[in-house]
Design a protein around this ligand. Structure first.
Ligand code: G6P
Length: 764
């Protein structure tokens, strides 16, 4: 720092001196020119006033008159004297003061006489700098003499010295002042902040402070701070992962971590790469005035897959659905994400309005979504939607084929109900690819699925995969029963596989999860929220309460949000002592609102919250706060941590990751999970209070039980559930899926696949 300041100051001094000297030099030269010009003009004026009389006296040959004229030439400022010369350049008359200085006729005079015009020059006479101004004199006989007027020019020299002295003093003062100010600036604006930044970085390095804690008061260094924080977060993750690995090795456990998954994938895949295809993209770019804003969409699928992609730097192919998505990609429609810390590639696929309408809103979300969820919303099947569904599946196949071109044995993980046809479409072109599809939503029983007019095509498309994954065993069973009914094939119930023509597909449950591997407390969040912190959080959303529940969902009719509100109402009705105390904070991200059923549901949920609030609210308390907007993970975290209970009341759900995210957030081992028995998560989380969300009384009672549960009991349940998700985390999910997929024996060589006539009748 000292060396830096010294260098800075020396550079400044040199710079200022150089600039000041250049300016001063220019000023001195200008001033000198002005003063000399001025003196010359005086000499000219005097010369003109004398020349007539002098010529006359010289013409008359009157030496005495000449002498009188030169002596009487006046008392002009700076004038030393005047001399008259004859045609031989001999002195004819001269001011006595000049006699001692001007011993020979000056050069200017000789020139003036020779060229017959006025001449002037600055010369040195002895020690005195002078101006000699010479004029030719004419006599009637044609002979030419000369008049020399000599001025003292030493005052010009003195003036120049004065300017230089002033300049020196000014430069000196400036240098001292600027050096002083620079020192202050360096100390206050750079030295201080750098010292604070160093302290902050040391805190990050030693793990005393979290990377989420901002660098203190360093506006100027904010971009640097962001980079350092990201780097620190990666370092801290790496450190935690290493500690975790060591701990696990020590304990003889075999837990999955990001590090282990990444090594596992590299070993399994060898030269191959991992490709994920899903409809929803992990990052959407949206226009925000003149800048772009990055949004992470509310999707369980995105939450689950992001850590996997980060761990193994694969390529994620998805629909580019943000209004500014096109502005953020390169010529190949790709970009590296996450934007803050790029770890994998996102390839965007563009869909037209009609395609999105038919494939996404129509067939996927008005057809397959209600078909697979038993939530009593009737599926709508339109031929035009189906056509778009087929077309978009082909579009994603083409995008994927482009990405895997020239690559040997790529590994492709297709995601969800948007792409039932994709596995077969890929295999037809690239039988050497290992293809798995994971179905994130439930698979209903064969009768229920059988109402879909295109069930055979869907099942056949799926059976193109080498591996099909569901969250739970019962969805696998339902799927195999559907296969049995829908297409010609051989179902092997013992090994849970299907043989269709030459191709074998295995079907397995892989319960998806969240990333709970790094269990080191961050910012003391193992302490839990204090009452004051929770009160402040609730006040920030306009309510006062002492007990709090949390619900986080996309506003979807499968999530049982109205049923949850009814349960809160029943609870307050049956236990009035909780009125004025318990509030449910419902975070609801509007979803698929383009579809009427979703649009109506949003209104219904709002109206229901309002009705219940009107019935009970008093003072600053109300039973339900409905936060109708999408919240980021960071925004949701404090609510998870502050809540006494979390309500997950899905009417039917493949897994439900909100339940697992809530558990992951509770490092303090407090809080109770109330969980619908119709979620996949309910199979694993037996220590939750399991409820049937249609049974309003049961859910209302679960709220009371949760609020009145002994702290020891809460802690025990929470510890057991956290152990389940720590062990069965998202890395285990991906690790198992990829292991299983890589062990599949591929049955066909590239280009050998034969298209199957899916409309052929199945075996009886
Ligand atoms: C469920 C589906 C996902 C989907 C998510 C959000 O979790 O299984 O595929 O991404 O809902 O729905 P959206 O339609 O907004 O993608």
């Amino acid at each position: 720092m000292r060396l830096f300041s010294a260098r800075l100051i020396i550079s400044l001094i040199l710079g200022i001196t150089l600039v000041s000297l250049s300016f001063s030099y220019y000023q001195v030269v200008r001033e000198k020119r002005v003063l000399r010009g001025d003196l010359k003009r005086r000499a000219e004026v005097l010369g003109e006033s004398l020349v007539g009389n002098v010529e006359k006296a010289w013409g008359e040959g009157s030496t005495q008159a000449l002498q009188l004229l030169v002596q009487g030439s006046g008392n002009h400022e700076h004038l030393i004297g005047v001399a008259v010369y004859d045609q031989q350049a001999q002195v004819a008359a001269m001011t006595p003061a000049l006699g001692k200085m001007l011993t020979v006729s000056p050069e200017a005079l000789t020139q003036a006489m020779a060229e017959d015009r006025a001449e002037s020059s600055f010369v040195q006479l002895g020690n005195t700098p002078v101006l000699i101004f010479a004029l030719p004199l004419h006599r009637h006989d044609g002979s030419v003499g000369g008049l020399a007027i000599v001025h003292d020019a030493s005052y010009i020299h003195a003036q120049m010295l004065h300017v230089w002295r002033e300049t020196f003093l000014r430069v000196l003062a400036q240098v001292v002042l600027i050096a002083f100010i620079t020192l202050l600036i360096v100390r206050w604006s750079i030295g201080g902040p750098i010292a604070r930044a160093a302290l902050w970085m040391k805190g990050l390095r030693t793990g005393r402070i979290s990377s989420r804690q901002e660098m203190p008061g360093l506006d100027m260094f904010r971009p640097l701070a962001r980079e350092v924080a990201t780097m620190a977060a990666s370092l801290s993750q790496a450190r935690n992962a290493a500690e975790n690995e060591a701990r696990l090795r020590d304990a003889g456990e075999s837990m999955w971590t990001a590090g282990r998954l990444s090594v596992h994938i590299r070993t399994r895949l060898g030269e191959s790469r991992l490709f994920v295809v899903s409809n929803r993209e992990p990052y959407m770019h949206q226009r925000n005035g003149t800048s772009l804003k990055v949004v992470v969409p509310p999707s369980g699928l995105v939450t689950a897959l992001e850590p996997v992609l980060k761990a193994c730097d694969g390529t994620w192919i998805a629909h580019g659905s943000g209004d500014a998505d096109m502005e953020a990609v390169d010529a190949q429609d790709c970009l590296r994400v996450p934007p803050d810390d790029p770890r994998y590639t996102l390839r965007r696929v563009w869909l037209s309005k009609e395609e999105e309408e038919g494939y996404y809103y129509g067939f996927a979300n008005e057809g397959l979504w209600p078909l697979c969820h038993i939530a009593h919303t009737r599926p709508t099947f339109r031929a035009s939607d189906w056509q778009h569904y087929e077309e978009v599946n082909c579009k994603f196949r083409d995008a994927l084929l482009e990405e895997i071109e020239g690559m040997d044995a790529p590994v492709v993980l297709v995601q969800d109900y948007h792409f039932a046809l994709l596995p077969r479409l890929i295999k037809e072109k690239r039988p050497d690819a290992r293809v798995a599809i994971f179905w994130h939503i439930p698979w209903p029983n064969a009768e229920a699925f059988g109402i879909c007019p295109w069930q055979r095509q869907l099942v056949d498309g799926l059976l193109g995969a080498d591996l099909i994954g569901f969250h739970v065993q019962s969805h696998c069973n339902n799927f195999l029963q559907t296969v049995d009914r829908a297409v010609e094939s051989r179902v092997d119930w013992e090994h849970f596989s299907v043989q269709r023509q030459d191709h074998r597909t295995i079907v397995r449950p892989f319960p998806i999860s969240v990333d709970l591997t790094d269990d080191k407390p961050v910012d003391g969040d193992n302490q839990g929220f204090t009452y004051t912190e929770r009160a402040a959080l609730l006040r920030s959303i306009g309510v006062e309460a002492t007990l709090m529940g949390i619900g986080v969902d996309r506003v979807d009719y499968t999530k049982g949000i109205p049923e949850r509100f009814l349960a809160v109402e029943r609870f307050l009705e049956q236990h009035p002592s909780y009125q004025g105390k318990f509030t449910l904070v419902q975070i609801g991200a509007p979803s698929r609102t383009h579809i009427k059923r979703y649009h109506d549901l949003l209104e219904e949920v709002e109206a229901e919250a309002e009705r219940i609030n009107l019935r009970f609210q008093a003072g600053k308390w109300k039973p339900i706060v409905f936060l109708k907007r999408q919240h980021s993970h960071d925004e949701i975290a404090p609510y998870y941590r502050a809540a006494d209970l979390c309500l997950v009341t899905s009417l039917h759900d493949g897994m439900n990751l909100v339940a697992k995210e809530f558990l992951a957030a509770r490092r303090d081992e407090r809080g109770v999970l109330i969980l619908s028995q119709f979620t996949g998560a309910a199979r694993e989380l037996r220590d939750a209070l399991l409820v049937n969300p249609y049974d309003i009384d049961q859910t209302a009672n679960a709220i009371r039980v949760a609020l009145e549960m002994e702290p020891e009991e809460k802690q025990l349940r929470m510890q057991r559930m956290r152990k389940v998700i720590r062990e069965n985390n998202i890395y285990r999910w991906a690790g198992n899926l990829i292991t299983e997929l890589c062990e599949v024996r591929l049955d066909t060589k590239k280009g050998d696949a034969k298209p199957i006539d899916v409309l052929r009748a199945p075996a009886a």
